[in-house]
Write a protein that binds this ligand. Structure first.
Ligand code: PA5
Length: 348
């Protein structure tokens, strides 16, 4: 199996991965339930996106807000009433580890999700519950292993209702439609070849899906991608579309739609694309599938993942390695001169 086939296999295997992750998460030791005023999920890149999936999914159902933290430092609002979840697939991401240590000092209720590394060791040393998932994958291909334990933990700790039925639906839907969606992904990838993908989300639920499309197109297909959200787009970006001209001649809009998309937002999308028709080459409209929000969200995540791996094939690039990320991490590891912890102490 070459890397192209391997990445495709990993994407198509997402439902099985999610089902396995649910079993791991239900058996994990989490400690007692407590009342939290917020959940903060720290993580970067392919790990951090799980926090955003939870943020979008739960914003309409949980009274406890979920925030993501993608930096070395945690907001001042992170206190002992916060549930702080650190997610790093490798367990070695310096921003996440630094935020984890800071949250420990703030006496938050802590949880770690990782396949090992320094995060697992730090959590074990501090007596913090840690959910250890299978390793050896690119982090972005471990979305099921990272997101599902987060969701199940939030349920078990009383932050949100059970999503067991929705998870079963999402797993079944993806398993049933994955071949069909791969065929649907192929012409979309062809439309994006040598163009700038511009992915618009049209509901809070889908904001993270647009982000996932961008990250997957960046890392698998090795291309730039722009994202924005509706209706906010209508109040700024609508004016800029079409310039510079070389971009207008290369922009393909992907509009992500869902039954939670407000009817007025649908109307806005139609008019906005009409008003800006000299600002892009073509539009691909995509509707989510499924009943529950979780299934609908993942229907478009999987489609985007498939588009990214197909675009990698069309471009003749290897979807697996992310050489620049690895190189940057190597350089940062060599230069440990500025200790983030020391800087935090000075600032506070
Ligand atoms: O896809 C990737 O490799 C990156 O986006 C990583 O997920 C990111 O660098 C963070 O690493 P980790 O997921 O191991 O914490």
């Amino acid at each position: 199996m070459n890397n192209q086939e391997r990445m495709l296999d990993l994407i198509l295997g997402l439902p099985e991965q999610m089902a396995e992750a649910a079993v791991i998460a239900r058996m994990a030791r989490l400690g007692r339930r407590r009342r939290f005023d917020k959940v903060v999920v720290a993580g970067m890149g392919g790990s951090g996106i799980s926090g955003d999936v939870a943020r979008c999914l739960l914003s309409d159902v949980s009274p406890v807000p979920v925030f993501s933290c993608r930096d070395y430092t945690v907001p001042v609002a992170v206190t002992e009433r916060t549930l702080f979840v650190a997610i790093s697939y490798s367990g070695n991401t310096e921003e996440t580890l630094t935020a984890f240590r800071q949250a420990m000092r703030r006496k938050c209720r802590m949880l770690a999700i990782t396949s090992g590394g320094k995060l697992e060791r730090a959590a074990n040393r501090a007596g913090v519950p840690v959910i250890v998932v299978p390793g050896g994958l690119p982090p972005r291909a471990a979305l099921g292993y990272l997101f599902v334990p987060l969701l199940v933990s939030l349920e078990r700790l009383g932050v949100c209702r059970s999503h067991k039925r929705d998870l079963t639906e999402a797993v079944g839907l993806m398993a049933e439609h994955r071949k069909k969606w791969y065929n649907k992904a192929k012409p979309i990838a062809r439309a994006l070849l040598d163009q700038l993908p511009v992915v618009y989300s049209t509901s809070r639920l889908l904001d993270v899906v647009a982000e996932r499309w961008r990250c997957q197109l960046n890392e698998n297909a090795k291309v730039m991608c722009h994202t924005n959200v509706f209706p906010e787009h209508n109040h700024n970006e609508i004016v800029g579309m079409g310039a510079p001209e070389f971009l207008a001649e290369r922009m393909v809009v992907v509009a992500l739609l869902d039954r939670a998309t407000h009817p007025r937002t649908r109307l806005r999308l139609r008019h906005a694309l009409d008003v800006t028709q000299d600002g892009y080459v073509r539009v691909v409209r995509l509707e989510s599938e499924g009943r529950s929000a979780l299934a609908r969200l993942f229907s478009l995540v999987m489609l985007g993942d498939l588009v990214s791996v197909e675009l990698a094939r069309l471009r003749g690039v290897d979807p697996m390695p992310v050489a620049r990320i690895a190189e940057l991490k190597r350089r940062m590891a060599r230069r440990r001169g500025v200790r983030p912890d020391a800087r935090i102490r000075r600032v506070r």
